[in-house]
Design a protein around this ligand. Structure first.
Ligand code: HEM
Length: 521
């Protein structure tokens, strides 16, 4: 209870906020409107049992006001902190869900995790698959079908030992990326600067995940990106950018506005790209079988030849893996480079580690990078400050639960405010400061593990986690070994905005000063 009443001033994004958990009017730079419903009081919290009705509640109108008039529509992650100040650690959020924003409450809910965890309604994604007869992937599937799918998809991907086998493939992509960075900086007026790093890292992530999933290179890091690859990139953007409108417009209005048509065209582009590559792989496998040759290969070959998955399910799953594996990894790398460029002392310490633990004349192995404590701490801290997936959800379907002293019936949707949780000042003092040291196992007290779970939790957690980590470690290793990375003085502070994942509100340009490492390929 003492924790619920804690109160102090914290600095956030340049403004001072009064950080209190219960029943307070916050002081902040945005002119807060008080909620019409009153937050939980101390006596109410003590009078048990309490139900959902006793929780502070945001009305739909208040939510819309905040999104539209207070400008939170693309800063939903900041809204989590704003509402935490208004309503405390647990409240009804105007979207029929119960929002929680402390590590302790998050842990309480996740301890009730079921055999087939449910994140919520994915009917909008399902609709396209149903229209075209494609199977559901890991995001869209539910229940026992989802479980069986994950059993197949997890193999060769989820375990660190499995992902280590992709070290060579990812290193090849990393080498091409560093070559491209060298080329781009040479073309720049100063001979050192590279503009729009987020775009370059997007192409890196796409090439990396595609080379694992399809066992082939797409050419995204070439000077001229192949037309099909560019169309695929555009299709992802089109699908995401029309999603919000499609969600709010009722079905009868779909033909009146252009969004539904564009949304479906986006999915068409994504699936036809994946389908073409999968079909090619199936032909190659068939040829080998016809010639009595062994069928060997990595991920896609394994799914097609060693599992019971039907072709339509492979289409569904590969398309979703591809989608999930690009924006997440690329944006995390963008934030990591941004923070390293602004924090030379941290960058020096990282350089010290990467330049001493692996001989300069060769690439690191997967085992070597995953054994580097500071490199791992840099990524962990990046994901804490910028959890690319800043919100998540669970519905406990089978039983009623007690959370934070409140009783909830089964099927209650819980909304996880991961951004607010990983900026919880009790768990992460100076939470808006980049401090990789927090994560070192050097005798200091480690933060509550539920304070930052950027890859989610349990059996429904991120299937690509190990691959993503490996990609990020290998790329950061190589960039920091070869270059001192400095900020572009013309670019100011970058803030995060929410476009399904957390992205920078402005272009990131960086200077890459050559360290003249022996191994520049
Ligand atoms: C920095 C990189 C990444 C982050 C931070 C991230 C984060 C997440 C999170 C938070 C979830 C939800 C987990 C939950 O509900 O408990 C998730 C699910 C998922 N991720 Fe990732 N992810 C990343 C990279 C990737 C990559 C590279 C792939 C593909 C290889 C991938 C594939 C998936 C899939 C398929 C799911 C759905 C799993 C399911 O519902 O069973 N992710 N990810």
């Amino acid at each position: 209870m003492a924790a619920l009443l804690s109160c102090r001033v914290v600095r956030m994004n340049g403004s001072w906020w009064l950080h209190r958990s219960v029943a307070v009017a916050p002081v902040c730079s945005r002119g807060v409107r008080r909620s019409s419903s009153s937050p939980a009081t101390l006596s109410a919290v003590q009078d048990k049992p309490q139900t959902m009705k006793d929780l502070p509640q945001v009305s739909l109108l208040e939510l819309l006001y905040r999104l539209i008039f207070q400008g939170f529509h693309n800063r939903m992650h900041e809204l989590q902190i704003y509402e935490k100040q208004l309503y405390g650690p647990i409240y009804r959020n105007g979207m029929k869900s119960v929002a929680v924003n402390t590590p302790k409450l998050l842990e309480e809910i996740l301890r009730h995790e079921e055999k087939f965890p449910c994140r919520g309604d994915m009917s909008l994604w399902k609709e396209y698959r149903d229209m075209r007869g494609f199977g559901y992937g890991p995001f869209t599937e539910e229940g026992e079908e989802w479980y069986n799918l994950r059993v197949a998809l997890n193999k060769r991907m989820l375990h660190p030992k499995d992902s280590a086998q992709y070290g060579g493939v990812i290193n090849d992509v990393v080498v091409d990326f560093t070559k491209k960075i060298r080329y781009l900086r040479q073309c720049s007026p100063t001979g050192e600067s590279v503009t729009d790093m987020a775009n370059e890292l997007y192409l890196f992530s796409l090439e990396g995940i595609a080379s694992i999933l399809f066992e082939t290179r797409l050419g995204s890091l070439e000077k001229e990106i192949p037309a099909g690859t560019q169309e695929f990139i555009n299709s992802i953007a089109q699908m995401f950018s029309n999603s919000m409108a499609v969600m709010v417009v009722p079905k009868w209005g779909r033909n009146l506005l252009p969004h539904w048509r564009r949304y479906i065209a986006g999915w068409e582009g994504i699936f036809s790209f994946a389908k073409e590559l999968i079909d090619k792989k199936m032909e190659a496998i068939q040829q080998r079988i016809d010639n009595n040759q062994d069928v060997e290969g990595e991920y896609l070959t394994y799914l097609l030849s060693k599992t019971q998955m039907s072709t339509k399910d492979v289409y569904g799953s590969i398309a979703e893996l591809l989608l999930a594996g690009v924006d997440t990894t690329s944006n995390t790398l963008t934030w990591a480079l941004y923070q390293l460029s602004k924090n030379p002392v941290i960058q020096d310490r990282l350089y010290e580690e990467v330049s001493t633990l692996v001989p300069a004349d060769r690439n690191p192995t997967a085992a070597e990078v995953t054994g580097m404590p500071y490199l791992k701490a840099v990524i962990k801290e990046t994901l804490r400050m910028y959890p690319v997936v800043s919100m998540n959800a669970r519905i406990i379907t089978e039983k009623s639960v007690m959370i934070g002293g409140y009783h909830f019936p089964k099927k209650t949707p819980f909304f996880f405010c991961h951004y607010a949780i990983s900026h919880d000042e009790d768990t992460f003092p100076d939470s808006f400061m980049f401090k990789p040291e927090r994560w070192l196992r050097d005798g200091r007290v480690r933060p509550n593990p539920f304070g930052s779970i950027p890859f989610g939790f349990g059996v429904r957690g991120c299937v690509g986690r190990r691959i993503a980590e490996l990609e990020m470690y290998l790329l950061l290793f190589q960039l920091i070994r070869q270059f001192e990375i400095k900020p572009d003085p013309t670019i100011g502070e970058l803030k995060s905005i929410n476009r399904t994942v957390l992205i920078p509100d402005n272009q990131l340009n960086l200077h890459f000063v050559d360290r003249h490492c022996k191994n520049t390929f």
